[in-house]
Design a protein around this ligand. Structure first.
Ligand code: ZN
Length: 221
């Protein structure tokens, strides 16, 4: 089933599914839990659009490639092109929506690549590695520095963060990204994961939500 961006009311968003620009170690407590130093400048990586799958109805994970970790993240949908040095207003105007999402990671593979100083693509860019819920319109969150992200697995809260404690808040983060490479309508920003990452298993039942406003149930198949 091919993925298309859509809003919570089921309306399709007529942007192509672009790249997924991610930031690593954007919450201090998460950097610490994986024994990583807190970066002095934003640590970016990109997942191709081929990674993206919908959260609703369940999603599959690789089963023979070592541990697959969940990373619950606030996803930002870009609706207008941004490049060079966009102003704060241009960034806010370019945001089309927010959704809860999972940045899935082959953690064993990533540890092996990191130890060798190699790029992470193989661990981060497999088909299904970006699991995205339907978006709410951007006006749902007038203050982008106060958006909660929570993941519950099998009834237990595993991650409970807020954009208020990001090391690089959403607007400066997107300004920095747009200075590194152009962003297009249909691109998605994954804004980093709070503390509490861990392995996913087939059969896990998930609840993924942003500030209790968009809340979705799903299952690992
Ligand atoms: Zn992540």
């Amino acid at each position: 089933m091919s993925y298309q961006h859509k809003y919570v009311d089921g309306t399709n968003i007529h942007f192509p599914v672009g790249k997924v620009v991610c930031i690593g170690r954007n919450y201090a407590e998460h950097a610490k839990e994986l024994d990583n130093p807190v970066p002095t400048e934003p640590l970016l990586f990109i997942k191709p659009g081929s990674c993206v799958v919908a959260l609703e109805g369940g999603f599959a994970i690789p089963t023979e490639r070592g541990s697959v970790h969940y990373e619950a993240e606030i996803a930002v949908l870009i609706g207008k092109p941004l490049s060079t040095k966009p102003s704060r207003e241009e960034v806010l105007d370019a945001i089309s929506g927010f959704a809860p999402a999972l940045d899935l990671t082959l953690r064993d593979k990533q540890a092996e690549l990191k130890a060798k100083g190699l790029p992470w693509e193989v661990a981060k860019s497999f088909d299904g590695a970006a699991v995205i819920a339907p978006f709410v319109v951007s006006s749902t969150f007038p203050d982008v520095t106060d958006i909660g992200i929570r993941l519950t697995i099998n009834g237990e809260v595993r991650q409970d963060g807020n954009s208020a404690i990001m090391l690089n808040p959403i607007v400066p983060m997107i300004q920095y990204m747009a200075g590194c490479f152009s962003l297009q309508a249909g691109d998605v920003i994954l804004t980093g994961t709070p503390v509490g990452v861990g392995p996913l298993n087939v059969g896990d039942e998930l609840v993924l939500e942003l500030s209790g406003v968009n809340r979705f149930e799903s299952v690992v198949r």
